[in-house]
Design a protein around this ligand. Sequence first.
Ligand code: MLT
Length: 246
Amino acid sequence: MARKIKLKGNLQVQVILTPGMIPLYDLDGKIAVVIDILRATSSMCVALENGAVDIMPVESVEEARSFKIGKFVCAAERDGKKVEGFDLGNSPFDYTEKVVKGKSVVMTTTNGTQAINLSRFAYRMVTGAFLNIDKLCEWLLVQDRDILLVCSGWKNKFNLEDTIFAGAVISRIKHKFEVNDDAGIMAENLWDTAKDNLFGYVMKAAHAQRFERLGIERDVKFCLQLGTTDIIPEMVGNYLVKMKKF
Ligand code: MLT
């Protein structure tokens, strides 16, 4: 199918396939949606849903460790595993109401928190997951800004699950936003291929296979549920907080 020709002034949605590609894009004035389906941005939704006051994403384990005093719940994950000595890893099942309600969470993960920190200078930065896709797309559709869908990938490499999600978002908002980049076209094609058997398709992904080896496939199933929460985590200063009603 031929691509639409860009009309001057039309809003655009683009897909950034890996955090390493963020410097190739101009974040200025745009909305960045950071995506780490397995599992950082899924767990962030769960933490805020279960009453965490806010989440501070930090890049290094050392930095996260420095908050292991006082009021913080500290979470650290590397290579899919909880880092020893921390309260939590990155499983959505870790972020129960009992553990996070009324607390500030400091979090570092292999890819997601790095992508967040690189995207924070966008006009607004939010996080996306299948869990909040309905509300997220509803919100994106009433924004008059270009959108960057930022995939966290795996160690600066492409991954399937974040790209599939970017495609799912595009399929829902493309009547308002133009898709002019090949990454966006590919993402939507991937979503079309995967959508009727999302779990089966995502289980092909390298990180899902890593989870299978670690015996935590239930996390994959959990993170692939669509529209279970209305929460949109938004970066305000150094913290991700629940976006106020819009
Ligand atoms: C990440 O930041 O790469 C992840 O969310 C990894 C994970 O949860 O296993």
